[in-house]
Design a protein around this ligand. Structure first.
Ligand code: BG6
Length: 569
């Protein structure tokens, strides 16, 4: 193996990013970076150069070794929407090695020219969607990538495909001075994960040597329950070693998710309060304003619980609740996350609510009910919303409820974590009973209004002692230059440099599934009689409110912009 993987310094890396971002947002450095790209005469070129400089500064200095990336599912949606734009952004940031090549494989019998043509149309639309002039297509960067792209038609299930791939890879290795590092990216339907990896193994393509590491990125969903996730791990671990497998959870590619660890472990003020003595409860919300869109076929057998909870929401839960790792090495961090997920108390149906959207109005638009969506059964029992109350069986969290909720077609799009602290034990102020003091809430806003706020009590100016809730707010956009990112840049880059911190380990995935398995079984055995039970555009089913009311608590309102949160007056 080459000496590529190096100890991960997630926090160090992120702090460096923050410093550099701040530099990047200073006008003088922006002008300099634009000028260094040659053409600073047009605003679009200047802006494209600025963006490229910002991306460049957001990654650590190291360039990956020459690598060939092979994308299975090259003609698919994921490649178009996420993988190609992420590669384009990495090129703009100068983060791909000169000896980089991209081989796309898919069933469609098309040429490299046609494949590149399709992706070019898409990337142009992607650049436009990024904000017109601000995101003019960086032709130089895109041609750099196009020149290194090759399309190979092939059936993923046929050995013959892998024979041809082997030949292409050895030709490529010749061009890369004998190195043969290969990253296989499985952007394919989950039923192909096992078969493709087996075929790669049979063709000898997963064998590693000093000058040839072989890594595989596996997309979501990794299994559809505990047994299938475990079986898939067993199947692929016969071919690959754990350190060759990079299981994606795209939530971990989000800057604000990564920042949770920095917030907790690079600041002295939070950790002493981070336990059952000071925290009353935690709410984790991932609210969406999209419905099932064109994914009815997938969603019908998946539902909100499988789609969002054991993966995305549990990643947020693990980041917020895990014990401090002894270092920021991939295994130290992932070990602590796994322990946390293993400590989730089995979830009983009494502590869970499922919902399905009926017709309604979302962001001013009339939308139809779930049962009338394409590829959805007219009497579908699939949930599009789920709310849970979780307990974590360890000394830090015993007795502290974690409330999780996620749903499609809710009133606003927001992903956030609210940590609510215990009330002051005694109210000093006459006429203000302690339960009327506004609670202290630390709100971590993951998206779209990225930032953090802390609410607390303050005295209203005036002769009387009147207490009001106020808020301190940090918004990313006020401090850091915005980063052109689809969220996959970090993940692909980290895989290229052999840093697995932001990827799921086999035991982490299994722990997530194990925690929800009882609920999956209970819901499979009892259909929900009240579906549809929330109107599209609402905050979800009434039963979710009752889940918290039972404990004398309420959900925080779902809203996209948290600044100037409600005041008590
Ligand atoms: C995906 C789910 O994994 O995550 C989707 O399959 C969901 O149903 C999406 O919409 C949410 O991700 P994001 O990044 O848009 O919050």
């Amino acid at each position: 193996m080459d000496a590529d993987p190096q100890p991960n310094a997630l926090v160090g890396k992120m702090i460096r990013r923050a410093d550099k971002d701040r530099e990047a947002s200073a006008p003088s450095s922006l002008l300099k970076s634009a000028a260094s790209h040659g053409d600073a005469s047009t605003p679009a070129a200047t802006i494209a150069a600025e963006a490229a400089a910002t991306i460049a500064k957001s990654f650590p200095g190291r360039r990956p070794a020459p690598t060939t990336m092979v994308v299975f599912g090259a003609a698919g949606d994921l490649t178009k929407r996420l993988v190609a734009p992420a590669l384009y952004n990495l090129v703009r940031g100068g983060k791909l090695p000169e000896g980089f090549a991209l081989i796309g494989i898919d069933r469609n019998d098309e040429t490299t020219e046609a494949w590149c043509g399709n992706l070019t149309n898409m990337i142009q639309a992607f650049a436009r969607a990024g904000g017109g002039e601000r995101q003019a297509l960086d032709e130089k960067a895109w041609s750099w990538l196009i020149d290194r792209m090759h399309y190979m038609p092939g059936d993923f299930t046929q050995a013959e495909t892998y024979g041809r791939l082997e030949k292409l890879l050895s030709e490529q290795s010749g061009r890369q001075g004998g190195t043969a590092h290969v990253l296989f990216y499985l952007a394919v339907a989950d039923r192909f994960f096992g078969p493709v990896i087996e075929q790669l193994g049979r063709a000898g393509l997963t064998r590693q040597s000093d000058k040839a590491w072989r890594r595989v990125i596996v997309e979501k969903p990794f299994g559809h329950d505990f047994a299938s996730a475990e079986a898939l791990n067993t199947q692929i671990l016969k071919v690959l070693s754990e350190d060759q497998i990079y299981r994606i959870d795209h939530f971990l590619g989000k800057e604000t998710v990564q920042n949770i660890l920095v917030l907790r472990f690079a600041n002295g003020i939070f950790e002493p309060l981070w336990n059952r003595d000071h925290i009353d409860h935690v709410q984790i919300t991932a609210a969406e304003t999209v419905g099932v869109e064109a994914r009815g076929r997938f969603y019908e057998k998946t539902g909100a619980l499988r789609d969002m909870v054991p993966n995305h929401l549990f990643q947020l839960l693990a980041m917020i609740a895990m014990e401090p790792p002894i270092s920021f090495d991939a295994d130290a961090v992932r070990g602590k996350k796994t322990e946390l997920l293993q400590a989730i108390h089995p979830i009983s149906p009494e502590n869970a609510v499922r919902g399905q959207y009926g017709a309604g109005v979302v962001l001013g638009k009339n939308v139809r009910d779930y049962r009338h969506e394409a590829d959805v059964a007219p009497n579908s029992g699939t949930e599009t919303y789920v709310a849970l109350k979780l307990g974590i069986d360890n000394w830090r969290w015993a007795g502290v409820p974690f409330y999780l909720r996620t749903g499609k077609y809710l009133s606003a799009r927001t992903t956030e974590i609210a940590v609510q602290f215990r009330q002051a034990p005694y109210a000093l102020f006459r006429d203000t009973p302690v339960e009327r003091l506004p609670p202290n809430i630390l709100m971590l806003r993951i998206q779209p209004d990225e930032g953090l706020s802390l609410s607390f009590s303050a005295k209203r100016p005036g002769a009387d002692i009147e207490i009001d809730g106020v808020e301190m707010n940090f918004a990313y956009r006020d401090y850091f230059a915005p980063l052109a990112s689809v969220g996959y840049e970090t993940l692909i880059y980290d895989c290229l440099i052999g840093d697995a911190t932001l990827f799921q380990r086999a035991d982490t995935v299994e722990a997530g599934w194990r925690a929800v398995q009882g609920l999956i079984d209970a819901w499979a055995g009892a259909s929900a009689e009240d579906f549809p039970n929330y109107a599209a555009g609402s905050a979800g089913p009434a039963a979710a409110d009752r889940l918290l009311a039972r404990d004398g608590r309420t959900w925080l309102p779902i809203r996209a912009d948290h600044r100037h949160a409600e005041r008590s007056a």
